[in-house]
Design a protein around this ligand. Structure first.
Ligand code: SF4
Length: 174
């Protein structure tokens, strides 16, 4: 079971990230396949980028209500496993921000995080106008995009389930 609750304070993020990194540093051989799965997720996200750029460049310039809110910019436990598996640092995180306020990672020139670094909930949140663009795509292109997203989501789930097995084993061993 993958824990998807978001972490809302910088202290919480640092604490959970420390625990996650401990597993990668202390059990490198056991964590090897998790690193491989994380790389597969990253490669998958980067492969979808051109299609996402295509649809957002069509929709977002005309958008009146940005979906870039703090709610979408929150990392969950699985995101931290992904970042730690790739040896990436946590982006600096500000506390006390309301969910509905503009996302802390949003700059005048767009998001300061690369797509592969963004929280899963942000990458896979599609508003109605974006879904309408996908629906207008030729069926083969739609199928290709949707199966890419499904594969990324499944691989991410496997990655976190495997991590949880190791972490539970370590905790049981005490
Ligand atoms: S992480 Fe970036 S893309 Fe995602 S909501 Fe925040 S600013 Fe927008």
């Amino acid at each position: 079971m993958v824990v998807t609750a978001t972490l809302t304070t910088s202290e919480e993020l640092r604490e959970v990230y420390r625990d996650v990194r401990f597993i990668f540093e202390s059990y490198p051989r056991e964590a090897e396949n998790i690193r491989r799965l994380a790389l597969e997720v990253k490669t998958g996200i980067e492969a979808t980028d051109p299609l996402i750029q295509e649809m957002t460049s069509e929709v977002c310039p005309h958008c009146k209500s940005s979906n870039c809110t703090n709610l979408n910019g929150r990392f969950d436990w699985c995101d931290l496993i992904y970042l730690a598996a790739l040896g990436l640092e946590l982006p600096p995180f500000r506390d006390g921000l309301r969910d509905e306020e503009p996302c802390q990672f949003l700059s005048e020139r767009g998001c300061i995080l690369t797509r592969a670094m963004r929280p899963h909930r942000c990458n896979w949140w599609y508003c109605e106008p974006l879904l309408e663009v996908i629906e207008k795509w030729p069926p083969r292109k739609q199928r290709m995009f949707i199966s890419s997203i499904e594969k990324i989501t499944q691989t991410r789930k496997r990655m976190c389930n495997e991590f949880k097995e190791i972490q539970d084993g370590v905790r049981k061993a005490g």
